[in-house]
Design a protein around this ligand. Structure first.
Ligand SMILES: C[S@@+](CC[C@H](N)C(=O)[O-])C[C@H]1O[C@@H](n2cnc3c(N)ncnc32)[C@H](O)[C@@H]1O
Length: 451
């Protein structure tokens, strides 16, 4: 019997200014308890249909706006919000949140943006829904047929022989299932990461260093760095290929827990503390020796690899990102944009691209391919053709989730229009690519895609 619950390994919900970790499921079937890290606040105002929400302020300060009244809060205070009352909260604080009954799809009606978080003082307008969106919202006796259909397809796809998966009808069917999964899947961030996650990508990074002269400076940003494996891997690859370069590497993640963990660089050999995955899985014994000092229990990243890495907590969707990190020669954004609804991912990607120095490189993978293709084409990024197919195939986890999971990676298809852009994960950013401000029609789409 479970009596004790620890902080969950992955976030259960995220927004522009907030991330939350749900405990449980608890044995009390009508109760949700979660820890909420509010960096800026909740991005919308909402009205709950049935759920009573209670928040206990653990640390920090801010205010709740409830029924148009502002209430300042500080540690030790409890806020109770009954159904049918409009509210939001703003500020940098840690909250313990209780929802009774448990959250269910359809409980929340978002009424307007929270300007303290989004900078937008506008109504949260629901747009027209596509037939696929309407399909995923259907429930029969409280159950979602779309979810059951996706579960069934997962089993079917796993057991379908590989040669059949290559046939054009199977690909088309897979694309339909994936479109449904992208609409249905409740997006949640995770900390899953690996050392040496995508070897062809590391090889491309190495090759792109070739034109640099002895002693040159090189600035690299690793965004959504999670527990640090990716940042350490890239620092190690660059240093072993070009020890002469003056490397500065900025790693950033929205989660303070992840950044503190990454900064320490101490990993349990037996089990991964925060992620579900075996973080060492892709390393050879030789590479492990090069990377870590070990004591039988844990592996500590060697100080020569740690050197020159700055760890930051922050939201890479924020326009201030460029002021915080400054222009970079290479920016790496892997495996977090797929956990955002497409319109948020698009906005975030445009913001991230502003970090890249003209002529520099952006590596972006683990993202909705329609979003990446759109932004790359709109902005005139040059897809790097070298190792394009190898990098696309380089991370087996993302491939294995297609088509039944929203984050699954579509198999490379050379018959697709613009395939050289669609499947490229590395781009050279030409001068003068400014991130355009989000358009009002995108706000409509955002409202739509969240529902
Ligand atoms: C699945 S991990 C990916 C880790 C690593 N990039 C990799 O590919 O192995 C996603 C990470 O992105 C972080 N993240 C999500 N949204 C973010 C945001 N807006 N700004 C910064 N980090 C973010 C999450 O906290 C999580 O640690």
């Amino acid at each position: 019997m479970t009596y004790i619950y620890t902080l969950p390994k992955t976030t259960s919900f995220t927004g522009t200014g907030v991330e939350g970790y749900s405990f449980g499921p608890l044995r009390q079937k009508d109760l949700d308890v979660c820890l909420i890290e509010s960096v800026k606040g909740h991005d919308t105002f909402m009205v709950s249909k049935k759920i009573v929400r209670t928040y206990y302020v653990l640390s920090g300060s801010g205010f709740f706006t409830i029924d148009d009244q502002r209430y300042e809060v500080s540690p030790g205070m409890l806020v109770e919000i009954p159904p049918k009352v409009e509210f939001s909260y703003s500020g940098k604080m840690t909250l313990l949140g209780f929802a009774r009954p448990r959250w269910f799809r359809g409980n929340d009606r978002h009424t307007k943006w929270n300007p303290d978080v989004t900078g937008r003082d506008a109504a949260f307008l629901p747009g027209r829904e596509s037939w696929l969106t309407r399909l995923v919202r259907i429930t029969i006796a409280g159950k979602s047929p779309a979810r059951a259909f996706l579960r069934l397809n997962r089993e079917l796809w796993i057991h379908l022989p590989s040669r059949l998966k290559q046939l054009s009808w199977a690909r088309s069917y897979g694309s339909f299932v994936h479109a449904l999964a992208r609409k249905e899947g409740v997006r949640a961030q995770a900390f899953s990461t690996y050392f040496l996650r995508n070897r062809p990508e590391l090889e491309l990074i190495r090759r792109l260093l070739d034109p640099r002269r002895n002693g040159d400076s090189l600035s690299v940003a690793v965004l959504g760095c999670s527990l640090g494996a990716e940042a350490y891997t890239i620092a190690w690859r660059i240093r072993s290929a070009r020890p002469d370069l003056k490397l500065t590497l900025n790693a950033i993640d929205i989660s303070r827990h992840a950044v503190e963990f990454a900064r320490r660089g101490v990993y349990s050999i037996k089990e991964s503390e925060l992620a579900d995955t075996d973080i060492f899985h892709r390393m050879t014994a030789e590479e492990k020796r090069e990377f870590f000092e070990t004591d039988g229990q844990s592996a500590t990243v060697k100080s020569c690899i740690k050197e020159g890495i700055t760890w930051n907590v922050g939201d890479v969707g924020e326009p201030e990102l460029i002021d915080t990190l400054g222009p970079q020669d290479m920016v790496v954004a892997s495996n977090f944009l797929c956990h955002m609804v497409p319109i948020e991912a698009e906005r975030c990607l445009r913001n991230i691209s502003r970090l890249v120095r003209p002529g520099g490189y952006l590596f972006v993978s683990g993202i909705d391919l329609d979003v990446r293709t759109k932004v790359a084409r709109d902005s005139g990024w040059k897809p790097v053709q070298e190792l394009l197919e190898e990098i696309h195939e380089g991370d087996p986890v993302m491939k294995a989730h297609w088509p039944w999971h929203y984050g699954g990676l579509e198999p490379l298809d050379k018959k697709r229009r613009y395939w050289r852009i669609r499947y490229a994960a590395a781009f050279q950013i030409p001068a003068g690519t400014a991130a355009p401000h989000i358009q009002p029609e995108n706000e409509l789409a955002m409202a739509n895609s969240r529902r």
